[in-house]
Each structure stands twice: as structure tokens, then as C-alpha cells.
Design a protein around this ligand. Structure first.
Ligand code: ADP
Length: 476
């Protein structure tokens, strides 16, 4: 039985959203050349938050030219000077974090508890971390005086809008590059607020350019002949299209794509702790997480016990208003994403898996999906193979560690994995066998700017975060 909580809404008044926003090019906001706009909608209420410029070819070209022009001076600055700007940005992010957290929850649908306690602290931490590298590039292991690449075209998804921006912009700028960044079409607002932070920090114009638009704008940016590097986080399908489109050019590329991570629970794992990790692994951020633990592999001898405890825990999850501080699960980011989740879960049932979800009320307006788990799942089922990108867990069982490894690696993806066991030697053995870029042991979804993140196989290539994250922006 869940506790009753009185509503504890965070004030919306802390953020001032303008009725419209332009493109941020060369330190100025301006309309798209053809005047095209699109609307950004709050997924928890379907209310239009703002109207945003839709960049076309002429705008993309203008942004790349501004970045190219700014590159000359920015890359020539001593690292310690670039660091000053990055430290300044980090501090302004901290100062404005309440405003940014509310904005992100409104535009994305994720709970304020997460934007406030996870996204925003990590955004600031990334800028602080890479600010620290800016004057130490010669000690990063890439030669005595590694050079930047030039202009980076960066395309980010909607699941962690501001955090993905930080992952992309902080290392690029620290290394001396300039950037043109395109946020996702359903979550453009926090990137535009970030543009204002760049102005507030006195960042030289043209070093950061933010262009809003959909996939067509992204494709124009990728194909622009004067960018030196493409950094993309998003779906595997679009990642493949980008890789094809830049094949044969000398543009550098990093891709961070989908995942279907195994969260593996052994019979000696502390059950309550593992259950918390399973819940965090798949229901954090509504499951809109590329490294989500979307396949639970549980040892057969404890499967019933773990599933009983998991269902008990899932009954206490609160789904609803993202701005309520008690909310655990917010809104699904878009009608389109909700349709994708609905279609895949229907396929799960049609293929014979058994669906279970707690009986929780969902708000009338907006896009919502109950936290859901499937048992009787086989490895051939679509819900065990395809990335659902929603609050849906597929449960499989195993008997031996070797079987767990076999099943965990039986996927086209390889972004992350989790291991729950009391035995240290088993953790090390498993971590060696798992074909995944990040392996968490007795925890899940832990992020830190010092730690490299990236995939194997169709989860992409290149690493973001840590010293390794600098390599992607240096000519080495
Ligand atoms: P998701 O499936 O998570 O919505 P997408 O891969 O479709 O992810 O989108 C991630 C980002 O890539 C968004 O900013 C989107 O606008 C952009 N995008 C979509 N299609 C293309 C494309 N063909 N070229 C470049 N960027 C694209």
C-alpha cells in the first residue's frame, strides 16, 4: 500500500519562458531565414510552451560560418583563458539551476526530483571537470600540444537535453573547438536558455551556436562541408544514416546510440538493494535512457522472490505531475514515443509474454505509461531485442553465470550492463565477459564526468566523459 502524499509542487514562477525564441548564431538570437517556426509542447499537459525557429540550409550555413570565424581566436587562446569561461558557465549553471530544472521538467516531462538532483548537478559537474582540463591538454596522453579539430556539429536527443548538451559542449570547448549544436525538436528550450548563459558568461560570440529544428536540420548540419567533426547521440537508425552520409569525407565522428542492457541478479545478491537498482535501472527518466537496464536477467532460484519484491516496490511508484517533488515517474516525452512504447508492448503480449503493471491512476491530459514488466519473455521476443525506450522491463531467467553472460551478450547493442552479487571475483569475471561499454556492479545508472561512457557494437563508438572524452575533440 502506497503512502498518501500531499501535493508538493515546485513553483513554475521561477522560470520565465518567452512566447518565442530565435536561433542563437554568432552571439545573437535571430529568426530563421525563411521565418519557419515549430512549437515546443509540455508532454505532461500538452500545453504549448513556446514557439521556436526552425533552421533551414541558410541558417545552418550561417551558424557554421560563425563557428569557423570564432575558431581562429578561440583555439589560439591559452588553455587557462578558455578554462575561465568554462568555470564561469559551470557557476552560472549552478546559480540558475532551479530555473533550469523547472524548465527541463516542463519541456521534457521528467520529474523535478531528477532534474534537480541528477541532471543539473551533473551538467555543472561536466563544465567544472572539463574546465579543469583546458590548460592541461598536454598531460592528457595525446601528445605535448594536441590541437583541436575545428568546428563540431553536435546533435543531441530529448531524453537528457541539458546534460547531453554539457557532454558535448564542455569537452569540445575545453579542447579549443567551436560548436554548432542542435537540440531535439521536442526539447529545444533548455539549450536556448544555455545560449543565454553563454552570453551571461561573456563567451566570445560564435564559439557556441544553437540551432533548433528537426531531423532535416540535423542532416544539413552533418552534411555541411565545413564542419570537422560530428558528435551524435540518438537512435541507432539515425546514427547509421549519419555514418553513411559522412563516409568518404575526412570528418571525425562519435556516435552514442541505442542500448538493451542486461541487469543481472545472482542468487546471493541482497534482494532489496537489487530491487532498488532494478527500479532505478528501468524507471529512472521514464526509461528514456539509452543505458537503461531494460532486460532483467534473474537467477532462476531467486526469480520468484525478486519478482514479488519488485512488484511490491512498483506498487509504490508515483506517476504524475513532473513538477511535484514526490513524483517518481513523469510523462512520456511525446505522443510519438508513447505510440512506439504502446506498439512494442502490444507485440510483447501478442508474442506470448505476460504483462503486469501496478494499478495506478494516470493524469487525463499529456502522455503517460504505467511502469510495466513482462515475464515469460524469450530471447526471440521483440521486447527482449528492441529498445523500447520507455518504463518497460523484460524479465528473463538464467541458471549459471555462463548462461547469464550468453544471454546478456545476445543483443545487437552493447552500451551498459549491471551485476548484482556479493561475490567480488564473480563481478570481475562477469565484467570481463560482458560486451558493454559500462558495467555497473551493485549499482546502476551512476554517472560521473570523470568516467568514460560509450558503446560496443550497434551502441556506437567513441567515448564521452573522462580523459577519453577529450580524444574525440583533439586531432590525434
Ligand atoms: P529518438 O529516436 O531518440 O527520437 P533520433 O535519433 O530520431 O532519436 O533523434 C536524435 C536527434 O537526431 C534529434 O536531435 C533529431 O532531430 C536528430 N535527427 C533525426 N534525424 C536526423 C538525420 N537524418 N540527420 C541528423 N540528425 C537527425
Amino acid at each position: 500500500m502506497a503512502f498518501e502524499y500531499a501535493p508538493a509542487p515546485e513553483s513554475r514562477a521561477v522560470v520565465d519562458i518567452a512566447p518565442s525564441y530565435g536561433l542563437f548564431i554568432d552571439g545573437q538570437f535571430s529568426e530563421a531565414a525563411d521565418g519557419k517556426v515549430f512549437k515546443s509542447v509540455s508532454p505532461s499537459s500538452e500545453e504549448v510552451l513556446s514557439e521556436v525557429a526552425h533552421a533551414g540550409a541558410e541558417d545552418v550555413d550561417r551558424a557554421v560560418k560563425a563557428a569557423r570565424k570564432a575558431f581562429e581566436k578561440w583555439s589560439a587562446l591559452p588553455g587557462a583563458e578558455r578554462a575561465k569561461y568554462l568555470f564561469r558557465i559551470a557557476r552560472i549553471v549552478q546559480e540558475r539551476s532551479r530555473e533550469l530544472a523547472v524548465l527541463e521538467s516542463l519541456d521534457n516531462g521528467k520529474p523535478i526530483r531528477e532534474t534537480r538532483d541528477t541532471d543539473l548537478p551533473l551538467v555543472a559537474a561536466h563544465f567544472f571537470y572539463y574546465a579543469g582540463w583546458a590548460d592541461k591538454l598536454g598531460h592528457a596522453g595525446y601528445g605535448a600540444d594536441p590541437r583541436p579539430l575545428g568546428v563540431a556539429g553536435q546533435i543531441i536527443p530529448w531524453n537528457f537535453p541539458l546534460l547531453m548538451l554539457a557532454w558535448k559542449i564542455a569537452p569540445a570547448l575545453a579542447a579549443g573547438n567551436t560548436v554548432v549544436l542542435k537540440p531535439a525538436e521536442t526539447t529545444p528550450l533548455s539549450a536556448l536558455f544555455f545560449a543565454d548563459i553563454c552570453r551571461q558568461a561573456g563567451l566570445p560570440k560564435g564559439v557556441v551556436n544553437i540551432i533548433t529544428g528537426d531531423g532535416s536540420t540535423g542532416a544539413m548540419l552533418v552534411e555541411h562541408p565545413d564542419i570537422n567533426k560530428v558528435a551524435f547521440t540518438g537512435s541507432t537508425e539515425v546514427g547509421k544514416a549519419i555514418a553513411r552520409s559522412i563516409a568518404g569525407t575526412d570528418k571525425r565522428m562519435t556516435l552514442e546510440l541505442g542500448g538493451k542492457a542486461a541487469n543481472i541478479v545472482f542468487d546471493d545478491a541482497p534482494v532489496d538493494q537489487a530491487v532498488e537498482g532494478i527500479v532505478n535501472g528501468i524507471f529512472f527518466n521514464q526509461g528514456h535512457v539509452c543505458c537503461a537496464g531494460s532486460r532483467l536477467l534473474v537467477q532462476e532460484s531467486v526469480a520468484d522472490e525478486v519478482l514479488d519484491a519488485l512488484k511490491r516496490r512498483m506498487r509504490t511508484l508515483r506517476v504524475g505531475d513532473p513538477l511535484d517533488k514526490n513524483t517518481d515517474i513523469g510523462a512520456i516525452n511525446s505522443a510519438e514515443q508513447l505510440a512506439r512504447i504502446t506498439e512494442l508492448t502490444a507485440a510483447g503480449e501478442a508474442e506470448g509474454a505476460e504483462r503486469w503493471a501496478p494499478d495506478c491512476e494516470l493524469p487525463a491530459a499529456g502522455f503517460w505509461f504505467r511502469p510495466t514488466l513482462f515475464t515469460n519473455v524469450t530471447q526471440a521476443h521483440r521486447i527482449a531485442r528492441e529498445e523500447i525506450f520507455g518504463p518497460v522491463l523484460s524479465v528473463l531467467t538464467f541458471r549459471t553465470p555462463a548462461e547469464a553472460v550468453e544471454k546478456a551478450n545476445n543483443t545487437q547493442y552493447g552500451l551498459s550492463a549491471g551485476i548484482w552479487t556479493e561475490k567480488g571475483s564473480r563481478i570481475l569475471w562477469m565484467a570481463n565477459q560482458l560486451r558493454a561499454g559500462v558495467v555497473w556492479a551493485n549499482t546502476f545508472n551512476k554517472f560521473d564526468p570523470t568516467s568514460p561512457f560509450g558503446g560496443y557494437k550497434e551502441s556506437g563508438f567513441g567515448r564521452e566523459g573522462g580523459r577519453h572524452g577529450l580524444e574525440a575533440y583533439l586531432d590525434v
